[in-house]
Design a protein around this ligand. Structure first.
Ligand code: SAJ
Length: 451
């Protein structure tokens, strides 16, 4: 692992001055993108005394920040409101204010296009906002997950159009976010953070910035090394989830219980990390980030077969759920056509309020296409608007005994811990469980069909 070398000397006037402002927390920090990455970062920087200006194109979000109205589950209301009340954290849509910032952190989305190519338009837009106003003495870091080469090949040229020189007039680094939404144990503060600078001075300044609020900062040799590290982390998860999903498909054929097998394998005290099968993978990372690497690898005549195969299998897992529901209805002499299906849990994973890329959206669309009548209950997701993945507006229904009994099939797609699964199984006619959420239910187990 690279050891950080302190290379800044008295001759590096701008670098030395910026580093000092970072060390004594008098630097002003700008955060572009106030989402699940940007807002927690802004709060962490504010808590140690930095003045933070949040920048976002979404005026409603900016208004909520300035009103102290927290909208990110991983941010503690009291901490957030105290910073806003003290004026340590403000938000604006006026990117003209960027020159006020000594450090600018870019935390914008990096989705895929409809043809599943990287969409770095948000990164380019934020970089152009900075490039038009960049001034000597600023550090710019990118945190959004992206393909290796983005910082060096896209951001750096845009910023140097200003005539300023990287490593001398301004400083540029990549430091990937590692936020695990809903994770109560690992937070922005105690999750180690990789950091790669365009030059050694850039690395030293960026390292110093992150070290003010993060317990362990991991320097690497370049921005590309940091970029590919992050994509590797998410690809590791996508591939391992695909492995258990493939095993799920095989166990279904063989009449074996995948949940028993994975749990038993997990008793091995070394050499295995437990992943669970499910109805597919959701969120803004796992189904997306690996394809940033796939896309870039083509430039090097390289075919990332593992990633592509994992993507196919994780999508196949959603289609497998349709097959399981069909078979469960068939066992009751019912057909999918006009079947009333109550979906339980639509968020992309348990105990969070995010439905983006959720496999539940795809599963409900497929069931609807096969003629089923779909309703859903998810206390975290009161409404689903038509957007990527869903073609219809839906409102979450009350989880009443009547609703459970009226459904020809209750389909558990996300296992929120707040649900009483004993009651679900007791009142339902049949339950298809894609998350083993009913593992502790003792009675009526004959009603449960696990994937
Ligand atoms: N899933 C499974 N089986 C598993 C684990 C997850 O089916 O064993 C599914 C989940 O239900 C979900 C999807 O995969 O639909 C993604 O879940 P996740 O927790 O892996 O992904 P995110 O996007 O919530 O958070 C991840 C982070 N997760 C962990 O490291 C545990 C991490 O990879 C990144 O910091 C984050 O994505 C990101 O922002 O890149």
């Amino acid at each position: 692992m690279l050891q950080l070398k302190e290379v800044i000397t008295d001759e590096d006037v701008l670098a030395k001055a910026l580093k000092e402002k970072i060390v004594n927390h008098t630097a002003t920090v700008g955060v572009i993108g106030l989402g699940y990455v940007g807002l927690p970062l802004a709060v962490e920087k504010g808590k140690v005394g930095f003045k933070v200006i949040g920048f976002d194109i979404n005026a409603q979000r900016v208004g909520r920040v300035n009103a102290g109205d927290n909208y990110i589950g991983d941010v503690k209301d009291a901490e957030f409101q105290e910073l806003v009340q003290k004026g340590m954290l403000t938000a604006t849509t006026e990117f003209e204010r960027l020159p006020e910032c000594d450090v600018i952190v870019i935390c914008v989305p990096t989705p895929l296009t409809v043809t599943r190519d990287p969409d770095i338009s948000y990164i380019e837009s934020a970089t152009n906002d900075i490039a038009q106003r960049i001034r000597p003495g600023q550090l710019v870091t990118l945190e959004s997950t992206t393909y290796p080469g983005t910082t060096q090949e896209v951001i750096l040229p845009l910023l140097e159009k200003s005539g300023l020189k990287v490593g001398k007039d301004f400083f540029l680094a990549f430091s990937p976010e590692r936020v695990d939404p809903g994770n109560k144990r690992f937070t922005t503060k105690n999750t180690s953070k990789v950091c790669g600078g365009v030059t050694p001075i850039c690395l030293e300044i960026a390292y110093t910035f992150y070290a003010q609020t993060i317990i362990n900062v991991v320097p690497v040799s370049s921005p590309a090394a940091a970029e590919i590290t992050k994509v590797f982390e998410n690809t590791y998860r996508a591939v391992n989830i695909a492995l258990v999903n493939e095993l799920m498909l095989l166990c279904d054929r063989m009449g074996l219980d995948i949940w028993e097998v994975v749990e038993a394998a997990g008793t091995k005290p070394f050499g295995i990390q437990t992943f669970w099968p499910g109805p597919g993978v959701g969120g803004h990372c796992i189904p997306i980030d690996p394809f940033y690497l796939t896309w870039k690898a083509r430039e090097y005549d390289f075919h990332t077969r593992f990633i592509e195969l994992a993507g196919e299998i994780n999508i196949e897992a959603s289609y497998h759920v349709i097959d399981k529901v069909n078979r469960a209805l068939n066992a009751e002499n019912k057909s999918m056509k006009d079947a009333k299906i109550l979906v339980l849990g639509v968020a992309y994973k348990n105990d969070i309020d995010d439905v983006r890329e959720s496999p539940a959206l795809k599963v409900m669309e497929l069931l609807r296409k096969d003629g089923a009548n779909i309703t859903y209950h998810d206390a975290f997701i009161p409404v689903i608007e038509p957007h990527g993945g869903s073609t219809v507006h839906m409102d979450s229904v009350e989880l009443t005994d009547q609703a459970l009994a009226a459904a020809d099939c209750v389909l558990i797609l996300t296992a929120h811990s707040s649900v009483d699964y004993d009651r679900v199984v007791e009142k339902a006619q049949v339950v298809v469980d894609t998350r083993n959420a009913t593992k502790d239910v003792q009675n009526n187990r004959e009603k449960i069909v696990k994937i």
